[in-house]
Design a protein around this ligand. Structure first.
Ligand code: FDA
Length: 279
């Protein structure tokens, strides 16, 4: 059932998926699934998969980058382990003309993620090679955007996928959407290359309208969507001349990712059940 949202179990399969997308004019960001590892060895094993992906991206000249979760490379274990891994991945990405996106997890990690990204981005040669994600559901996000943009750091804007308390995040969808639009406008005016990550047509339309009204260069930002979700919208945007990047997850640890996708749209459970019955 998860194959609707996950591109396979192996590096070979995800690279094939990226090549197929590229043939349709769609860039990709590759995610080796996994989170909250328990030992430094597991963290290094996760990192090794990303180094393989970057090798493949370089060798096959793919318009692709990688998306990494800090808890997958040892963030819960303390010490300098995670920062060392991110530094080496960023250096590798630089050497193959690619980029490292640090995904954003739940609020216990928000500040630490931003701080780590800023430190690695400040290392010589890393400018524009590492960026992170800002979630429109958090009250703090506008201030975080100002901080990151002042440092020239590329941001992926999304709504946010974790369960957060009302003290930290807008509980109502309408408020999240309103904040998303405001933050999108700040990003597109910032002069830094950002990603607008959503499948919500209202958010996509607000973005394309803002772009038109402000004469924003279509090559100065990209839309981002998840693998297998709203492929019609992905293709339509490409046809209209927008840049689109698809987030392509793969690997054996697909369960938490898959469950988040189901939780955010219960209709998916029905959709998958129907497909399963058809098979
Ligand atoms: P919303 O949830 O309001 O959905 C609007 C419409 O989109 C739905 O009515 C439906 O048509 C479609 N849709 C949305 N989700 C769907 C699904 N699962 N299946 C089918 N249709 C669906 N979050 C985070 O906390 N940290 C991160 O690092 C990232 N990274 C990230 C990268 C990329 C490329 C994307 C697109 C998203 C993320 N997210 C994320 C997830 C994000 O926060 C959010 O949970 C989802 O994108 C769903 O929000 P939408 O903006 O799509 O709108």
């Amino acid at each position: 059932m998860s194959s609707r949202f996950v591109a396979g179990m192996t590096v070979e399969e995800v690279i094939e998926a990226a090549q197929t997308l590229q043939a349709q004019g769609i860039a990709s960001t590759l995610d080796s699934l996994g989170e909250n590892v328990l030992t430094p060895e597991e963290a290094e094993r996760s990192a090794a998969v990303y180094h393989r992906l970057l090798d493949e991206i370089g060798q096959k000249h793919l318009n692709a980058n990688v998306s990494v979760k800090l808890t997958q490379i040892g963030m819960d274990l303390g010490g300098d382990l995670t920062e060392g891994i991110v530094s080496r991945l960023t250096e590798h990405a630089r050497s193959v003309g690619s980029f490292v996106r640090i995904d954003m997890e739940g609020t216990p990690y928000t500040q630490a993620t931003i701080d780590l990204v800023k430190r690695v981005h400040a290392q010589p040669g890393n400018q524009g090679r590492i960026g992170t994600v800002i979630q429109a559901y958090l009250f703090r996000s506008e201030a975080d955007i100002q901080d990151l943009v002042a440092n020239g750091i590329r941001i992926r804007l999304c709504k946010g996928a974790y369960k957060e308390p009302p003290a930290l995040a807008f509980p109502e969808k309408a408020d999240v959407d309103r904040n998303f639009v405001r933050l999108m406008q700040i990003l597109l005016k910032s002069g830094v290359y950002h990603g607008i990550a959503t499948h919500d047509e209202a958010m996509v339309n607000a973005t394309t309208q803002f772009v038109k009204e402000n004469n924003i260069d279509l090559n100065s930002f990209e839309f981002q969507m998840l693998y297998g979700i709203r492929r019609d919208l992905q293709n339509r945007l490409v046809k209209e001349g927008f840049r689109v990047r698809v987030y392509v997850p793969f690997g054996s640890e697909w369960y938490p990712y898959f469950m988040r996708r189901l939780a955010e749209r219960p209709a998916n459970v029905l959709f998958l059940a129907r497909n399963l019955l058809r098979r």
